[in-house]
Write a protein that binds this ligand. Sequence first.
Ligand code: NAP
Ligand code: MG
Length: 398
Amino acid sequence: MSKISWREPIVEMQGDEMTRVLWDKIKEILLEPYLKLNTEFYDLSLVERERTKDEVTHRAAAAIKKHGVGVKCATITPNAQRVEEYKLSKMWASPNGTIRAALDGTVFRSPILVNGITPYVPGWKKPITVARHAYGDVYKNKEIVVDGEAKAELVVTKKNGEQIRETIFDFDGGGITQGLYNTDKSIVAFARSCFNYALDMKNDVWFATKDTISKLYDGRFKALFAETFEEYRDRFEKEGLKYEYSLIDDSVARVMRSEGGFIWALKNYDGDVMSDMVATAFGSLAMMTSVLVSPDGCFEYEAAHGTVTRHYYKYLKGETTSTNSVATIFAWSGALKKRAQTENNKELSDFAERLEKATTGCIADGFMTGDLIGIYGGANKPVKLDSFAFLEKIASRM
Ligand code: NAP
Ligand code: MG
């Protein structure tokens, strides 16, 4: 059998710990037997980031911009403990943060649905994809504690020195105040990423804020979304897709009653909170994919979970692990499908489809990793497999 290939490389980013181990195994038994893997390889392991002074991350980000499609393994975001553990010369920035900033991208998180694993909200039949605007707002706020009688003001000083001033509150005792910002550029980029991804996934977009209360701030988001949608209206109509704006509280109520199958675009804080709720309700973080989409249409696929450190240390001690590789497999199938789409390569999209079916079919039939056993409600008695036996089982169904 001749192996399937494609013309323009996919940017492959290897990572850390348990997911790094699984990455190699996935390539060895699920991909390389069938594909001539045309990838441009970047090792984003912490060791390599230290060796290159993090230049490798910047080169990988530039490569995604160039080739348009990337697939990334989970990586360690260094903290003080990691600086010690890896003898780092610096607490390097989060690779995901670096890549997201370089691409000006938005992260979309979607659950992988499997027969036998019922969401906690039984009405949800299709994935709900949460798009979080990961820029500004309360994450970049400035806060001041007020410890007595005081006047809090919001002041904007223009380049020419002219000032705009609003009283926030006249305090007659202790309290607290904060200032927030966002930029038109970032909001429009977010809107474009949402509309691009919606066309790609053939999903409607629901966007929600609280513009009845925050008339100018949230009102700006609403207006810029509406304005940006005009660039997409024709393409949405052609595909039979819709863009809908609603108030956040109304939106939450409608999401609960919905059957899923749409992109839920949310401001930074709402997206932070709601993505955890949606992920939990669909079962497990290990069954969530994450796609970074840039406003100019570059796509980077990865699992939503981390490097599963606890399992890795068991693995290093020679103990058996049962780590779920589904989201990492779907990161690969997502990137392959995207490349199949850009090159109109049916053989490749059929392969990616087959890989996904072999994976979800395995779980539906009762073969899974430990994290899913407790939430499986399918027809068969569930069998817990170790990290590698699970991958072998998928390979046997290819
Ligand atoms: P994590 O790797 O997501 O794991 C947290 C826990 O969730 C695990 O200990 C495990 O629970 C469960 N889990 C997550 N993924 C699983 C899987 N595929 N199969 C089975 N169980 C799974 O988060 P973390 O331990 O907080 O972070 C570890 C490292 O990952 C950190 O260095 C962090 O910086 C990095 N990280 C990277 C990314 C990324 O690259 N996108 C994202 C998040 C975190 P049990 O131990 O109970 O089995
Ligand atoms: Mg959160």
